[in-house]
Design a binder for this molecule. Structure first.
Ligand code: SF4
Ligand code: SF4
Length: 433
């Protein structure tokens, strides 16, 4: 039988000018950190196997066929392998570069939908709001219940994963929202595409917590989606446009930091310097911008968070979003902020930094693997006995809320900012956001 990967040419099949590809020493220490390897125990579904395949393609030894694409696309882009790798291999950059060369995969319809979302939807906040309004109408008019009965099982399951769209969206402001008390910093806040339409209360809480900590807050109106979903799926043309627009929106505002409350967005924005490295007009500005990006917990820890005065009587556990723990190496700061809340009991979860299976749109494109990881995650949460799980990333929040409904335990799922806002009593202060 012929090797399904073997190329008939010795020419490079993909052009990858990234040195990371040659740093892997094949030690295998990343294998057990990889969710897909832990489930399937197949080398080609491991980081080492995927790096080997990409390298073989770059050297003209294998073809970029469907089978090759399937191994790369089953990867969650969780970057747990980067945390485990002693050689510092930046797997995310290798996979993103390979996916860029591969282009979108799947059926014609799936490719068209992905192309529309990446180039005609995500870069346009007004269109996103329109789509969210349509979804809200669909959910509230009762149409949702009718359609659900007509759908085949797989689509019915996807339909039940749709988040409930709130009655209002987060609004940016033309004004500077002033610090409460003495001003300690001036910061910009990324409003984000999903956060704006699905989690407006978390964005409000983020602004209030920053103000309680002495920050003047700017939410530039010309900002757009960070482009993370595009980059992870190999679409870089629109992603670069979005990165440039965000750099322009924030860099002129005289800020001490650009604050992000969504792990995936923060990780992507810290990589703008890499994304725009070949753009003579933006390469340097992108480096400066990326250095100014901080996750909200990282920023508060550096600033020295004001001790919250109010009690929050709750037992909570913490889910490390992959792009916070592995992508940004931010692990201790959110835990420290939680432990500083009076009355709150913190309990650690086994495998807290294992992916919950959300991974952008992965739960839609690879439902079996995603559900397997989610089921395992919900078991770990159940073992903690916590009443709530804290997961500061919109994808993880949606996935875990779905997991609580489908598998139990019936835990609440919060963003870190939800609890901090309560602990500062800022949720009762309607003037602060
Ligand atoms: S990014 Fe995650 S799923 Fe992909 S190879 Fe690395 S550990 Fe495995
Ligand atoms: S990616 Fe890192 S940990 Fe994994 S095999 Fe290569 S060198 Fe070893």
């Amino acid at each position: 039988m012929s090797d399904p990967y073997t190329s008939t040419t010795s020419q490079p099949i993909i052009k990858l000018d990234i040195p990371e590809l040659y740093q892997c020493v094949h030690c295998g220490l990343c294998l057990n950190a990889c969710p897909t390897y832990r489930v399937l125990h197949i080398e080609s579904e491991s980081p080492r196997g995927r790096i080997h395949l990409v390298r073989a393609a770059a050297e003209g030894r294998v073809e970029l066929n469907e089978r090759f694409a399937s191994h790369l696309n089953l990867c969650l882009m969780c970057r747990a392998c980067e945390s485990a790798c002693p050689s510092g291999v930046h797997y995310g950059r290798i996979a993103e570069a390979a996916r860029e060369q591969l282009g979108p995969s799947g059926s014609l319809l799936a490719r068209a939908a992905a192309n529309f979302a990446f180039t005609s939807l995500l870069p346009h906040p007004a269109r996103l709001r329109t789509l969210a309004r349509l979804l809200r109408f669909y959910q509230r008019s009762g149409l949702d219940r009718v359609v659900r009965k007509l759908l085949p099982a797989r689509l019915r399951e996807m339909n039940s994963m749709l988040p409930s769209v709130p009655s209002r969206f987060f609004k940016s402001s033309t004004e500077v929202l002033p610090a409460i008390g003495k001003t300690r910093a001036r910061v910009g806040v990324l409003s984000g595409c999903v956060m704006t339409v699905l989690f407006p209360e978390v964005n409000d809480a983020t602004v209030r917590v920053l103000r309680q900590n002495g920050c003047d807050v700017v939410v530039p109106q010309s900002q757009v989606c960070c482009g993370a979903l595009n980059v992870h799926n190999g679409e870089t043309t629109a992603a670069k446009r979005m990165a440039r627009q965000n750099i322009d929106a924030f860099l002129g505002a005289n800020l001490d930091a650009v604050i992000v409350n969504a792990a995936g967005c923060g990780a992507a924005m810290k990589e703008y310097g890499h994304l725009l490295r070949d753009d003579p007009a933006y390469a340097e500005r992108a480096q400066i911008f990326s250095r100014s990006v901080k996750d909200i917990s990282e920023f508060l820890a550096e600033l020295g968070a004001v001790t919250p005065p109010h009690r929050v009587e709750l037992t909570v556990t913490y889910q490390d979003p992959c792009h916070l723990a592995h992508g940004q190496k931010v692990r201790a700061q959110p835990r420290e902020l939680l432990k500083a809340i009076p009355g709150l009991k913190f309990t650690e979860m086994n495998g807290s930094d294992r992916c919950c299976g959300s991974a952008g749109i992965y739960n839609l494109t690879h439902p079996e693997m995603s559900q397997e990881l989610l089921r395992e995650k919900m078991e770990s949460i159940a073992q903690t006995g916590a009443q709530a799980v804290i997961a500061p990333n919109p994808g993880c929040m949606l996935q875990l809320r779905y997991g609580a409904k489908r598998y139990g335990p019936p835990v609440k799922v919060f963003h870190l900012m939800d609890l901090l806002e309560q602990a500062y009593g800022a949720d009762k202060d309607s003037s602060s956001g």
